[in-house]
Design a protein around this ligand. Sequence first.
Ligand SMILES: [Fe+2]
Length: 408
Amino acid sequence: MTFWERHPGAFEGISDIPPIAPNSLFRTVVTAYENQNLRGTVGVLAYMNGEQQHGASAERLFPRLSDGSFENHSKRLKTTIGDCDFCFLVNHLEFLDESLWRWSRDFLSGLFQNVGMNSLGVFYALFFGTYRTTPFGVHRDPESVFHLPVIGTKQMRIWPIDAIDPNSPIVHSMDYRHSLDRSVLLQANPGGFIYWPSRHWHTGEGAGELTVSLALSLFCFDSLEVALATQLVKSLVAEHGDLKQPVRKHHRIPFDPTNLQRTSENLPDHLHQAAEELRQHVSDEALIVGWLRLCSASGFLTPPQQRRHEQIRPQDKVSVVPGDAALYRVLRPGLTAVAVNGHVTMTSCPGVGDMVQLLCSNSTHSVQSLLDALSSSDKSPTMLQDALNVICHLIRSRALNRISDSAD
Ligand SMILES: [Fe+2]
């Protein structure tokens, strides 16, 4: 913990194995490529000899299930394309890999306990390929990073914050041979990790051998306002920024170029409306819900996606996944938010907190016993259905498993 946001460092033998088995990671990467349009949640980039590839050019490079492994994928590229430097980058893999997210939650718990949560948001960036230096060259990020090798020996060259002038030509350059002063070359193998604090200049280095490594990235903005605004912008763009949607009429803001004074004196209604909507996003209730979501996701912005729709009946049984705590906050009379593993649902069911608390007391429950725990005197069919919906939410969010019934 003495390194956190102070010094870079390399650590070996933290565990016997990397956070995820290479073959399992490979399958997740292929899934990421096939699902990269999931509302922009998972980002996939391919570089060849330092140049980003697009369209068909990128498509021919990316791993396919038929490759079977990172090593075979690398061999295919060498056979079909020749001796080129390849670098692939996949963001937010935790969205597709529940076990990776659970491992990370445990990995970060000691850090959060000792130094508190970073501000705000955690995500994974996966790097793999035979590249000799990061294709976007020497750069810095607002994230504190734990770089976890999965295959091969990972090397990172790191400079202190003040070692490089932001206007220097080596920024984003892949040629920094004459700027090694004050840099340190760190390396780690699977089971260990390299750490560097936010804003430290860095680039990956390699000798042309295949490396696969996960960058567990923790945003460390100086200002909580910037952190909050960044998350808000991302969620708004994800929700409304789909360029395939038709242009809406209210984008036409009244503007008279022949009378700018009069135009400037009339603040468009649309701006008023937009400001009001923004205020709703940072209302006390919205902040409580956002914090609930972040707490239940161990800081991750894109926790594992929910399962598809599940149905549950009072006569069913459920088992509790150890470590997956359901959280709740009463927002106002008649409205409670329930969160687990980064997913929030709203319910009007009064007393749902008693049901959530009961969940923690045992490893298995009958659904009927959970419904019986509702403290409310109002156990109308509508309320019971509302409570069943909360249980379904917990199952879809992977915190509960429905125990199959032989009578089904
Ligand atoms: Fe970086």
